[in-house]
Design a protein around this ligand. Structure first.
Ligand code: FUL
Ligand code: CA
Length: 504
C-alpha cells in the first residue's frame, strides 16, 4: 500500500465509504505480512514468442508488386517484369510514415499471389532482377529490412503460398520451390518478427502459360506441419500467422476488428467443425470471438487496408480511412486484446500517397494524445483482495507488463478502489491481465462515485492482453471502483489506466 490511511483527509469520503475503505485498508495491511506464491497459470498460456508478439500490438502490411502497376488487386501472374519500375521508390518515406502512425513493425509482401518475388530468388526467373528496378540489381526486401532496422521497427515477411505464375503450382515440385523461397527469406534478412501465411490458395492463373484453374487440397498440399518446421528452425522468434496459427490466428474478416468478447484462446477447426483446420480452410465464424478455454493460446490479428484495397489504385485516393475510423478500429482490435495489421499501399512512384501519409501522422498523434497521461498513476489504490506484498497495487501502474497485482487464491471477484485528491476527468479505461498466467477474467464492471453512491458506468467481458473502453461521455469524479465480476480463478492485473481522450 503506497499511502497511509491516516494521511487521507476525511473530507474525501462520505461516512459510508470511509468505513468501507477503512475496513479494506485494515484487511490489506493484514495481508501485507502473508506473502503468497504467484497464482497458478490458468488454461492455455502464451509462449515467449507470443508474448513478444503481443507487445508489438500494431504493425503494417505493405503490398507493392507489378500488380500495383497493373492497377489490380490480384495479379494473374502474367505481368511483364518490365512494368515494375517505380520512379521514386523510397523505403524510408514509407517506414517513417508508418512509424509516425504508431506502427511498431512492418510486414512486406515479398511475393503476392501473382508470384513475382521482390527479392533476387534463385527459385524462379519471375523476380525483381528481371525488372528495371535498380537496373536489375535491386532487392526490395533488403531495402525495407534495412530501413526498418534503422528506425527500430520490427520486420516480417509475407510469401504467398498461392503462386499464379509458377508452372509447377499444384505439383509436389512447387512445394519445394515455396519452401526454398521461405528459406531464402528466413536466411538473408536478419531476425523476422512474423512469418505471414495467406489463406487464398489455388484457382485460375497464368501458371507458366497454361492459363487454367488449379485446385489444391488445402489440408494436405503444403504439408504445413513440416513447412513450418523450417520457420521454427531458421526463425525461432518469428510468430507464424495464418488462419490457424501456429502463433497468431486470423480474425476472420478484413474489417480490422474482433468481437467485443474476444478470447486469445482458440480451438482451430475445419469449416464444418471437425478436424484442426488449415490456412484457407478454417472455421471462420468463431475466429472473431475465439474459444473460451480453447485448446491453444492463439490470439487474433485484425488486418485491414488503410484504403479500400490492399494495392494502390489512383481512383481510391479518397478512400483513405479518416482518423476517427482508424481510432474506432484500434479500439476494436488492439483494444480487445488482438493486434492491428494495417495495409499500406505504395503508389507507382514507390511512395505512400500524401493522403495516406497525412492520416497516418494524425492517427499517431491522436493515440499519443489519448494515452499521454495515465490518471491511475496519481490515484491511491485500495483493495482488500490482494495476494500480499509480492503483488502490490503499484504493479498495476508501473508500465511493465510482466509485473502484476493479483488477488488471493480464494478471491475470484476482487474489488479495487481508486481515490484522487481532486476530481479527475476521464472517458477511456484500459486493463491488461498478466497473460503469462493465462486469460482469467470473464467479466468486469466500472463504477464512479456520484451523489453519495456508486453508479455503474460500464460492464465488460474478456480482457487478456488488453481491454480498452471508450465511454460515451466524460466523467468527472474523485472515486472509481473496478469490480471483477467473473473469473474461474484468482485474478491478475498487469496494467490499468484512466485517460482523458481530449478532442477524440
Ligand atoms: C488476402 C489476400 O488475398 C489479399 O490480396 C491480401 O494480400 C490480404 C492481406 O490477404 O487473403
Ligand atoms: Ca505492471
Amino acid at each position: 500500500m503506497r499511502t497511509k490511511w491516516v494521511s487521507m483527509p476525511k473530507s474525501y469520503f462520505s461516512a459510508g465509504l470511509r468505513q468501507i475503505t477503512a475496513v479494506l485498508y485494515f484487511i490489506s495491511c493484514f495481508q501485507l505480512g502473508t506473502a503468497q506464491k504467484a497464482p497458478e497459470p490458468y488454461g492455455a498460456i502464451p509462449t515467449k514468442r507470443q508474448l513478444a508478439w503481443h507487445n508489438v500490438e500494431m504493425y503494417g502490411l505493405v503490398h507493392f508488386t507489378p500488380t500495383t502497376f497493373e492497377n489490380k488487386e490480384w495479379g494473374y501472374g502474367n505481368a511483364d517484369p518490365a512494368i515494375f519500375n517505380p520512379t521514386a521508390f523510397n523505403a524510408e518515406q514509407i517506414v517513417k510514415a508508418a512509424k509516425a502512425g504508431g506502427l511498431r513493425g512492418l510486414i512486406l509482401v515479398a511475393k503476392h499471389h501473382d508470384g513475382f518475388c521482390l527479392f533476387p530468388t534463385k527459385t524462379t526467373e519471375y523476380n525483381i532482377s528481371k525488372s528495371p528496378f535498380r537496373n536489375g540489381k535491386g532487392d526490395m526486401v533488403k531495402e525495407f529490412e534495412q530501413v526498418c532496422r534503422k528506425y527500430k521497427m520490427k520486420f516480417g515477411v509475407y510469401c504467398s503460398p498461392w503462386d499464379r505464375n509458377n508452372s509447377h503450382y499444384g505439383t509436389p515440385q512447387y512445394l519445394e520451390i515455396y519452401r526454398k523461397q521461405l528459406k531464402e527469406l528466413y536466411s538473408n534478412y536478419g531476425e523476422l518478427f512474423m512469418s505471414w501465411h495467406d489463406g487464398a490458395n489455388g484457382g485460375d492463373g497464368y501458371y507458366g502459360g497454361a492459363n487454367e484453374k488449379r485446385i489444391i487440397d488445402r489440408l494436405q498440399y503444403y504439408d504445413w506441419e513440416n513447412t513450418w518446421k523450417i520457420t521454427r528452425r531458421l526463425q525461432p522468434h518469428a510468430a507464424i500467422f495464418s488462419d490457424v496459427g501456429l502463433d497468431v490466428r486470423w480474425a476472420g474478416n478484413e474489417e480490422g476488428v474482433v468481437n467485443e468478447t474476444c478470447w486469445a484462446t482458440y480451438t482451430p477447426r475445419n469449416p464444418d467443425g471437425t478436424g484442426e483446420g488449415a490456412p484457407g480452410y478454417s472455421d471462420y465464424e468463431n475466429a472473431p470471438t475465439g474459444t473460451r478455454n480453447g485448446k491453444k493460446w492463439l490470439p487474433a490479428e485484425c488486418d485491414v487496408p488503410l484504403r479500400k484495397g490492399w494495392f494502390y489504385h489512383p481512383e481510391e485516393d479518397s478512400t483513405v480511412k479518416p482518423v476517427e475510423k482508424l481510432l474506432d478500429i484500434y479500439f476494436k482490435s488492439v483494444g480487445r486484446g488482438a493486434a492491428l495489421d494495417l495495409g499500406l499501399a505504395p503508389d507507382t512512384r514507390g511512395l505512400l500517397h500524401e493522403n495516406d501519409v497525412k492520416v497516418l501522422s494524425e492517427f499517431g498523434k491522436a493515440l499519443k494524445q489519448i494515452f499521454a497521461i495515465n490518471l491511475a498513476q496519481s490515484a491511491r489504490i485500495i483493495t482488500a483482495d490482494g495476494r500480499g506484498k509480492a503483488f502490490p497495487v503499484k504493479y498495476m501502474t508501473d508500465n511493465k507488463r510482466e509485473t502484476y497485482w493479483a488477488s488471493s487464491d480464494s478471491i475470484t471477484t476482487p474489488t479495487i478502489i481508486f481515490l484522487w485528491n481532486k476530481p479527475i476527468t476521464f472517458n477511456v479505461f484500459s486493463l491488461r491481465e498478466a497473460i503469462q498466467l493465462g486469460q482469467r477474467i470473464e467479466g468486469f464492471a466500472l463504477d464512479v462515485w456520484e451523489n453519495n453512491s456508486w453508479q455503474e458506468i460500464h460492464r465488460g467481458t474478456s480482457v487478456g492482453a488488453l481491454r480498452l473502453v471508450r465511454l460515451k461521455k466524460k466523467y468527472n469524479t474523485d472515486k472509481i471502483r473496478l469490480r471483477i465480476t467473473q473469473s474461474p480463478v484468482c485474478v491478475t492485473i498487469s496494467e490499468l489506466g484512466f485517460f482523458n481522450s481530449g478532442q477524440y
